[in-house]
Ligand binder design. Structure first.
Ligand code: ADP
Ligand code: MG
Length: 611
């Protein structure tokens, strides 16, 4: 027999509400970002500590709250977002006034807020349900909300927290979704001090949206998607649908929005499935971003505690619009595009690569920044006529000027892949090629060409600083050469010394080499000397010194130790890839051949006709 009926204490009521609204750190994060956007923020920073397990902070430059509002903000059912008491006309993300009190009941919640006209702000802390009085505090205009010790007072919930990686992933996803919805707002996401996302504000045009999307979903999506657009009275649908070839094992990359609000709506997911019917393999899911704009009175967002689902007044009409728009967009042009570029890919694949992509500067024009405009500039019809540009792509150019930080121990392979453009080495083939898995596909590296390029760049750097390191040979090497070559070599002895090669006359028909550039490692000095002598003869006496040095350095680097024909272990292979990523013009060897080629997963799928 239960005890007598009674009102529950506030603290308990809040915890019960928190059970629905705040399932995990990512749900708290979602509420905080919604609040920042509702407060007209133009800049939102999210800082996670250990993927949110140790805490999370959201700062914005929005309107801020006054002293009294701060007190109300952490109380239940207090909201500034229903000015006309009309649940049929919800204009903001929030409206229930539940998020902050719920979060405060299951964590230590610290709020700082300063309105724009005020000289200072106010800070307030809620410790597992108990709120302080606001205290004056210094800080930037806007609001900063910090959550710590989440669920420390709710052990049952704490048990359900997953690994750091999972919780972090959920948080990243929340930020990505809002960032897609609001390209006009700048988003920065860090995790334990490491920058995860940095998305500058874009203008509110289709191009701005396309750039934002490309920054989040990558250039492959830009190439492999079709525009979706449809309208009927009171409803509008816009977005990009990934081609069916770009399918995934889960629905994680289906991004759906209703009036700008990210949702995971079952009805809409069903409509998406129907739109892709017969085009996507069973059990697989597309990559897609769809925005549905609908009159506020035609949709009820007050049906799910976390506002993840919505109810349409006329579900059949919404479904019809979605299915129709998707299937016609995909059928009319999408399939054609895949088939055409697949054929082109096959043709390209059997040809030797050309260097058509090199810009006048000798560098590749493809840079991380410029890729983002792909979506903006190409309609899918144009895309289908373009020859595929997958064969040769430069790595994002010298993104870092020092070696990128090694990922921490918790980083999984996916993180390595996304941090490093050339990915993780998987195998060496024929003692010549390294095959690496990248975040978007695979990469085949010619180890000799690549290493040669690296040595060349290092030698150039050392040479220009006048300090090429030279390695004395234990036993000087005597190399016999034709008379004219000996003369050519000795004429350049001084220059050669500057590049680290010490050579002198040895009798009538030979030269003696005492030292070679240290960067070359173990090298066959005889072959090196013969190649170099021939090179010098070809250059003749008239070549400008600079050019001559360039050629000498190139020839020397060509004899560096990692030539084709050497087995490399995984560490050596990865070291080579990491070095390539920070070397200028690493996409080509000293003879202008590519050092690596890339194939995206989409390219592979095309090659195998997996449509
Ligand atoms: P809701 O968003 O449903 O109103 P919340 O508990 O999330 O409920 O927030 C309560 C109130 O606190 C909001 O209505 C708003 O007035 C204020 N508030 C919360 N976060 C911010 C913020 N970042 N900037 C300005 N005001 C905020
Ligand atoms: Mg809210």
């Amino acid at each position: 027999m239960p005890a007598r009926i009674r009102h529950l204490p506030d603290q308990l009521v809040n915890q019960i509400a928190a059970g629905e609204v705040i399932e995990r750190p990512a749900s708290a994060l979602k509420e905080l970002i919604e609040n920042s956007l509702d407060a007209d923020a133009s800049r939102i920073s999210v800082d996670l500590a250990e993927g949110s397990l140790s805490g999370l902070t959201v700062s914005d430059d929005g309107t801020g709250m006054a002293h009294d509002e701060l007190i109300l903000a952490v109380q239940r059912h207090a909201t500034s977002k229903l000015p006309h008491d009309n649940l049929e006309d919800i204009q903001f993300f929030g409206f229930r006034g539940e998020a902050l009190p719920s979060i405060g009941s299951v964590s230590q919640l610290r709020l700082f807020s300063r309105q724009h006209a005020d000289l200072h702000g106010w800070a307030l802390t809620v410790r597992h349900g108990n709120a302080d009085k606001p205290e004056p505090a210094a800080g930037e205009r806007g609001t900063r909300i910090e959550i710590n010790d989440m669920f420390a007072s709710v052990p049952a919930r704490l048990k359900f927290m997953k690994t750091q990686k999972t919780e972090a992933g959920q948080c990243y996803d929340v930020v990505r979704r809002f960032a897609m919805s609001r390209p006009d707002v700048s988003f920065i996401l860090t995790d334990s001090g490491r920058k995860v996302l940095q998305l500058p504000a874009q203008d509110s045009t289709d191009d701005g949206f396309a750039r934002r999307l490309s920054e989040i979903l990558g250039p492959v999506f830009a190439r492999e998607s079709v525009v979706v657009e449809a309208e009927k009275p009171g409803i509008r649908l816009t977005g990009y649908a990934g081609l069916p070839t770009m399918n995934r094992a889960t629905t994680a990359q289906i991004y759906l929005f209703v009036n700008g609000r990210p949702v995971r709506d079952r009805q809409m997911l069903g409509a998406v499935r129907a739109g892709y019917q017969d085009m996507i393999p069973r059990g697989r899911h597309p990559v897609l971003v769809l925005f549905l704009t609908i009159e506020t009175k035609a949709v009820d967002v007050n049906v799910h505690p976390a506002k993840a689902e919505v109810r349409f007044r006329d579900p059949a009409s919404v479904r019809g619009l979605l299915v129709g728009a998707l299937s016609s967009a995909l059928r009319s042009a999408g399939m054609q595009a895949t088939a055409e570029s697949g054929e082109a890919a096959l043709r390209q694949f059997s040809q030797a690569p050309s260097f058509g992509h090199r810009g006048a500067s000798g560098r590749y024009p493809i840079q991380p920044g410029s890729q983002s405009s792909l979506l903006a500039e190409q309609t899918f019809q144009q895309r289908s006529k373009q020859s595929p540009d997958f064969l040769i792509q430069a790595p994002p150019q010298a993104k870092y000027d020092t070696c990128p930080e090694p990922p921490d121990s918790l980083a999984d392979e996916e993180e390595i892949l996304s941090a490093y453009p050339l990915g993780a080495a998987k195998a060496q083939l024929h003692k010549t090629y390294i095959v690496a898995e990248t975040s978007t596909g695979l990469c085949v590296i010619d180890q000799h060409a690549a290493h040669e390029r690296l040595v060349m760049e290092q030698m150039k750097a050392q040479y220009s600083q006048g300090q090429v390191k030279s390695q004395s040979l234990l036993l000087p090497e005597i190399v016999e050469l034709p008379y004219d070559q000996i003369e050519a070599v000795l004429a350049e002895a001084e220059q050669l010394r500057n590049t680290g090669l010490e050579v002198e006359a040895f009798g009538p028909g030979a030269v003696m080499i005492r030292a070679v550039p240290a960067l070359l490692g173990q090298t066959d000095v005889k072959i090196l000397m013969r190649d170099l002598a021939e090179e010098l003869i070809q250059l003749g006496g008239t070549t400008a010194l600079n050019d001559k040095i360039g050629h000498i350095l190139a020839t020397l680097s060509c004899h560096s130790s990692v030539r084709s024909g050497r087995r490399l272990n995984a560490d050596e292979m990865n070291a080579l890839l990491r070095q390539m990523e920070i070397t200028p013009a690493a996409g080509q060897c000293n003879h202008g051949r590519p050092t690596f080629i890339t194939l995206t997963l989409a390219d592979l799928e095309k090659l195998f006709g997996r449509t």
